[in-house]
Write a new protein. Structure first.
Length: 277
């Protein structure tokens, strides 16, 4: 029945205000983002950077701010509660959306390194992490996006059920590949269908699309293939707007020497600008 409703929604889909934009890696890049963007993503290294990017934004776009680092205890390999007053002060009167970037994968990775508290959290299906961010969302009173690694989705699917953070308003995954139909063995559509089968009544799916060059873990080197899979992800976004709340493009800015963002590659940049108009 849910699949039938999904098809009906597709047939009667219509344009609504949606979140769409790119991830910037420095506050100053905000002035370069494509026309047609309604939002931008940002992963701050400090509270000061949050203040800087919100000041530059001046209410033009909806900021989607990653808050994962603020609650991360690296020595233990888990997320812990910290008083949110400093975050509140950094946000000021600005309307933002909170983002969690691969929180379950962060914990699973440190469990793989032998940190026992992280392994306990994995064993308990990330119960404390779920409760922590439910509290954080309540105290900050903003919408919440949970983006999880595709690796976690595969593991959960093999165990029977994909289950992200229940208090999140938007849920998504990231898996970057030159081939839309094969990202570590599954298509982007298949990952999205797993999420659809698991979303709660108050949740929508937030899509993540890759547009960058890298020869690291994710091999993204053929510009023509990258642009093709980007178009296919936008087709998914455009065709399913009743259940998809938005789309974010990773990454506009470059990251260290490992990722060359689309802004710095004219062919990639032109495609991103075309699709966001």
């Amino acid at each position: 029945m849910k699949k039938l409703i999904f098809i009906i929604l597709l047939l009667f889909s219509f344009d609504l205000y949606a979140l769409k934009g790119v991830l910037i890696t420095e506050p100053e890049q905000l002035n370069t983002i494509p026309e047609g963007s309604t939002a931008f993503g940002f992963m701050p290294n400090s509270l000061g950077e949050i203040k800087d990017v919100l000041e530059i934004n001046n209410g033009r776009y909806t900021p989607i701010i990653n808050i994962s680092r603020y609650f991360w205890n690296d020595s233990k390999g888990i997320f812990e509660y910290y008083n949110v007053e400093q975050l509140k002060n950094a946000f000021g009167d600005n309307k933002v959306i909170l983002m969690l970037d691969e929180p379950f994968w962060w914990i699973k990775s440190t469990c793989n390194e032998g940190k026992w508290l992280a392994c306990n959290e994995v064993k308990n299906n990330y119960k404390n992490t779920r409760e922590l961010f439910k509290r954080v969302k309540f105290e900050l009173n903003y919408q919440l996006i949970h983006i999880e690694s595709y690796i976690i989705l595969i593991e959960q699917k093999q165990l029977g059920e994909v289950k992200l953070i229940e208090s999140a308003d938007h849920v998504g995954f990231d898996c970057y590949s030159e081939d839309f139909n094969n990202c570590d063995g599954y298509s982007q559509l298949e990952y999205a269908s797993w999420l659809y089968d698991s979303v709660l009544d108050h949740q929508k799916i937030f899509l993540i699309a890759g547009s960058f060059l890298s020869d690291g873990f994710f091999k993204m080197q053929d510009i023509n293939k990258i642009n093709l899979q980007l178009e296919q992800t936008f087709d998914l976004y455009n065709n399913y707007k009743n259940i998809v709340s938005g789309i974010g493009i990773f990454s506009w800015g470059s990251i260290d020497n490992s990722i060359i963002g689309s802004y710095n590659m004219p062919i990639l940049r032109n495609k991103v600008e075309e699709l966001l108009k």
